[in-house]
Design a protein around this ligand. Structure first.
Ligand code: EPZ
Length: 432
């Protein structure tokens, strides 16, 4: 079974280049088929969730041409109205549900299998459905696990989201772009990828204002045209490397980032004692001593991201004093703590709160990734630990991190992806 073998203890140093944002790319690629003209999307990250969404849109009839590793030309003109979107891949990834909004907007009908994604909580889609219904769509769940949404004509509405949801904001925004009239989405999510999708749709002729605030206003248009668009850098990949620098007492410059998107992450790292220097599109993180405890609560953007919660917990597990981490977005996002305990961490989870008594060091262990971000966090723990670790179920990590072991090796980490016992022995021989 493929897994990572890691020899911990090296302080990471050097420069790392961040890929395009996975969660922006999922939405933008789903939206790219809303026009019958050709769309070129650049800075697409080469990760398994993105390869999956590209396959899904190709399966339903889109022409998908890869220009280079990170650039795709897409034409959705051959997709048929009402074509069911259902295969294994659709059910594996979360982003496939964006095809409900994009196909409903484009054709007035979408039939899409219920999405999968990381198992971090219940993840209902009631707000998506509420938004589609407000736009005049009839939405029903039909077996086996399909959402069917259809409308004679989509009409604008004033929609108040009961919870701040990235997915519902994105999905409803896509459908509303083609609805007649002026839609207002209140209590909208403000994440950078919501803004990136709005910018992408506007570059196709949509009229969206206010993305990035909690009120998004959309004037429906009849027609969307082709475009050339480059996806923003991945805020969470960047944050993950920032925490890897801090946990290994390293010095890393993270390039191709938008420092504004990293503010909550930089603020927490400064609080625990790291030095953060921003310059243009780069952020440098220096940690040259034992760091101090702090408290953190995950919140929708611009609050501290839930997708960085496992990474900060791993760091706080090594910081002096008692820290408290409160998860307020998902109800099942501390599953990785049992794995961290194997490394010597002292963490108690009570409901949605982790109480962390910082230890001096972790020691290597064999662990399973429970999901994408927790998997990345366990890699950070293993890099900071004394001794060797093995991390299994790395397909979760590969959903969202491009060339993760290669980038870490470039920063001085000893990490290899291996898939059999001989390879593992060879690697251990080399690093011992
Ligand atoms: C997106 O998930 C991201 N996924 C997640 O990233 C991220 O953790 C999450 O937003 C929060 O930032 C993608 O972009 C593909 P939500 P999403 O709708 O859209 C509740 C990663 O690691 N809710 O903002 O599914 C929900 O239960 C992944 O890259 C409803 O109650 O998240 C949660 O408590 C994991 N009803 C909260 O809202 C709804 O209809 C926020 O969820 C929708 C959501």
């Amino acid at each position: 079974m493929e897994h990572y073998v890691i020899k911990g203890g090296n302080a990471l140093s050097g420069e790392v280049e961040i890929a395009g944002a996975k969660n922006a790319a999922l939405a933008i690629l789903a939206a790219s088929i809303m026009t019958n003209e050709t769309v070129t999307v650049e800075n697409v990250p080469d990760v398994s969730d993105i390869r999956a969404i590209l396959k899904v849109i190709a399966t339903i009839g889109a022409h998908v041409e890869q220009i280079d590793r990170h650039t795709f030309r897409i034409n959705g003109s051959a997709i048929k109205k009402g074509e069911p979107v259902d295969n294994e891949l659709v059910r594996e990834i979360r982003g496939s549900y964006y095809l409900i909004g994009s196909l409903l907007g484009k054709y007035g009908k979408a039939a899409v299998a219920l999405p999968g994604g990381c198992n971090i909580g219940l993840r209902p889609i009631d707000q998506h459905i509420k938004g589609f219904r407000a736009l005049g769509a009839d939405v029903r769940l039909v077996s086996p696990g399909m959402v069917v949404a259809e409308a004679e004509e989509l009409t604008a509405a004033h929609i108040y989201m009961d919870v701040v949801s990235v997915g519902a904001t994105i999905n409803v925004m896509m459908a509303a772009v083609k609805a007649h009239g002026y839609t207002i989405i209140e209590n909208a999510a403000r994440e950078p990828h919501v803004v990136d999708l709005a910018n992408f749709l506007n570059s196709m002729g949509a009229k969206i204002k206010g993305a990035g605030t909690d009120v998004i206003r959309i004037r429906g248009v009849e027609y969307l045209h082709g475009t050339n668009y480059s996806i923003i850098p991945d805020q969470i990949e960047a944050g993950t490397f920032m925490f890897a620098a801090a946990a290994t007492k390293g010095d890393i410059t993270i390039k191709n980032v938008i420092p504004k998107h990293l503010e909550s992450i930089s603020a927490k790292l400064t609080e625990v004692g790291c030095q953060i220097r921003e310059s243009g599109d780069a952020v440098r993180v220096v940690a040259n001593r034992r760091l101090l405890h702090t408290n953190v609560k995950t919140l929708p953007y611009p609050g501290f991201p839930t997708d960085m919660q496992p990474q900060i917990t791993v760091l706080l597990g090594l910081c002096k004093g008692i820290s408290i981490v409160t998860e307020s977005i998902f109800e099942n996002r501390f599953k990785y703590v049992d794995e961290l305990t194997k490394m010597g961490a002292s963490i108690t989870v009570e409901g949605n709160t982790a109480i962390i008594d910082g230890v001096e060091k972790y020691t290597g262990a064999n662990m399973d990734s429970p999901d994408l971000r927790a998997g990345a966090a366990l890699v950070i723990a293993a890099l900071a630990a004394e001794g060797d670790s093995e991390i299994y179920k790395i397909h979760y990590i590969e959903r969202g991190y491009e060339d993760f072991p290669e980038k870490l090796r470039h920063l001085g980490a000893e990490i290899r992806k291996v898939d059999d016992e001989n390879q593992r022995r060879r690697f251990q021989y080399r690093i011992s």
